[in-house]
Design a protein around this ligand. Structure first.
Ligand SMILES: Cc1cc2nc3c(=O)[nH]c(=O)nc-3n(C[C@H](O)[C@H](O)[C@H](O)COP(=O)(O)OP(=O)(O)OC[C@H]3O[C@@H](n4cnc5c(N)ncnc54)[C@H](O)[C@@H]3O)c2cc1C
Length: 454
């Protein structure tokens, strides 16, 4: 497997045409080599790590001098992608852990970012400050305590803090902890409740995929135990045919429009009070409503009313705070909150930042003015989500794909390319194999690591 070089990227997205048409290389500052630009990236997930990797590779290929610093609170990134297979014992947790050691040329700092000063243009992490010319923030998501109607869910925050309710929506040790809860479910009368938040949330098919693999695991290992899905949405939000068919076959009870108002634990069981009724469970897996990572609260004014960051999809620069780019799940474009598209956004952002440096553009508006909007080609990103459906025996998976195009004609708002919409007609064993090839490519393209999962 090889890295995606800039020529490949430009060929796919068309981004290179602007460079060729406008002769941007002649605008490169001759002083650049003596005065390298500092790019600081916070968050080393699929979005942030990809940006770091491609900034270094592409700048080096062009002889552009930049310093790329990637900061993450953890030395090891735990992929949420494929983590439902850790939950049901199909993959070891460690198979989805990645370090940043193979990102040659990236200066990695393990530290919690505690402050961002967009006036002084510096980030504080682990007691040190890091000056930046351009800042990329990719902190993923954090959780809200309210239900889809905006009312508080009594008892939820305390239960998550005490780790009696474990969302396990960020991968890693949480998934193993939820797995331990799952194995404690008794045969016969056992119940696993999965509560799905109102959209938008990370990975549209992910919760339904979890319901399927957990139901499959219970059917194999705890006969008679059941899965109940309490969905805050009015209907299944992705791959409806696939998941409703699987729910019927596996005995999953699906309840739409279910807004939780309280959760409590007594006498070894959970009681859930929801708008659709009261339920009891041995294991309660609440996926809370989501917002951009809390880190963005350190940049006043960057979040919109939905608590995600509005960005210009040509550069992923914030529409509110110049010099700060937001990518991945934390940004507010209509693209799904998914690692594959976050990887694509990272490449678009890396390419744009290099062009902004080359054209001495301080912000997106200046970049557009410098190049000429009509000469800037469309930005294209794409997303794929693979969902394991049955993981025990005769394993199957499904998939969902979509591409987005942003250009002058649609005001640079990523818009679905209708011809790109694709969905598995039904779960198959071939899709199960393809799922691991797809994940392997994504892992390599992000972290430069081959893992041979599956
Ligand atoms: C079960 C499941 C299945 C999924 N399947 C798919 C799939 O098939 N396809 C797909 O495309 N996507 C899938 N996803 C979604 C995908 O995992 C996420 O969309 C993706 O991880 C988001 O990437 P990100 O870089 O935006 O955020 P993250 O991956 O969450 O990375 C954010 C990083 O920021 C760091 N950070 C946050 N705050 C700070 C701070 N203050 N200081 C330092 N570091 C900080 C965190 O430590 C973290 O490493 C799935 C998700 C789940 C849960």
């Amino acid at each position: 497997m090889s890295s995606f070089n800039r020529r490949d990227f430009i060929r796919v997205t068309g981004l290179g045409a602007a460079t060729a048409a406008t002769g941007l290389p002649s605008l490169v500052s001759k002083a650049n080599a003596a005065n390298p630009k500092n790019v600081v990236i916070i968050g080393g997930g699929f979005a942030g790590a990809t940006t770091a990797k491609y900034l270094v590779e592409w700048a080096s290929a062009e002889g552009l001098s930049i310093k790329v610093t990637l900061i993450d609170r953890n030395a090891t990134y735990a992929s949420p992608i494929l983590s439902n297979l850790v939950l049901v014992g199909k993959l070891p947790e460690t198979s989805l852990n990645f370090t940043y050691a193979a990102l040659t040329g990236v200066s990695f700092v393990q530290a919690e970012v505690s402050d961002i000063d967009t006036v002084l243009k510096q980030v504080t992490a682990g007691g040190n400050t890091y000056a930046y010319d351009r800042l990329i923030v990719a902190p993923g998501i954090d959780f809200l305590d309210t239900n889809g109607l905006g009312a508080p869910i009594i008892g939820l925050r305390e239960a998550i803090d005490s780790r009696t309710i474990i969302p396990a929506w960020k991968g890693g040790t949480d998934v193993t902890a939820l797995k331990q809860q799952l194995t404690g479910i008794p045969s016969g009368t056992g119940v696993f409740i999965l509560s799905i938040p109102k959209a938008p949330y990370r990975c549209p098919p992910g919760p339904y995929e979890r319901a399927c693999v957990v139901a499959d695991w219970l059917n194999q290992n705890r006969p008679g135990a059941k899965v109940i899905v309490l969905d805050a949405n009015a209907d299944i939000t992705a791959e409806k045919h696939t998941f409703s068919t699987a729910f019927s076959a596996m005995g999953v009870t699906y309840i739409p429009n279910a807004h939780l108002s309280s959760v409590s634990y007594a006498n070894n069981q959970w009681t859930v009070i929801a708008s659709t009724g009261n339920y009891v469970a041995n294991v309660l897996n609440v996926l809370p409503r989501q917002r951009a990572g809390l880190l963005l609260d350190k940049i006043p004014g960057i979040l919109n009313a939905s608590l995600f960051a509005d960005v210009h999809a040509l550069t992923y620069e914030s529409t509110q705070i110049p010099g700060v780019h937001v990518i991945g799940d934390a940004q507010a474009t209509p693209q799904p909150k998914a690692g594959h598209v976050g990887n694509g956004e990272g490449k678009v952002c890396a390419d744009a930042i290099l062009k902004m440096i080359r054209t001495n553009s301080q912000d997106t508006a200046q970049y557009i003015a410098n190049v000429g909007e009509s000469r800037i080609p469309a930005v294209v990103t794409n997303s794929a989500c693979y969902s394991p459906i049955k993981a025990s025996t005769a394993a199957t998976a499904s998939y969902l794909t979509v591409g987005f195009r942003a250009d002058q004609s649609n005001g640079w708002v990523p818009t679905k390319i209708s011809a790109s919409l694709g969905e598995a007609p039904s779960p198959t064993g071939d899709n199960w194999k393809d799922m691991f090839d797809w994940a392997e490519n994504l892992f390599y393209d992000t972290f430069n690591v081959t893992r041979n999962v599956g």
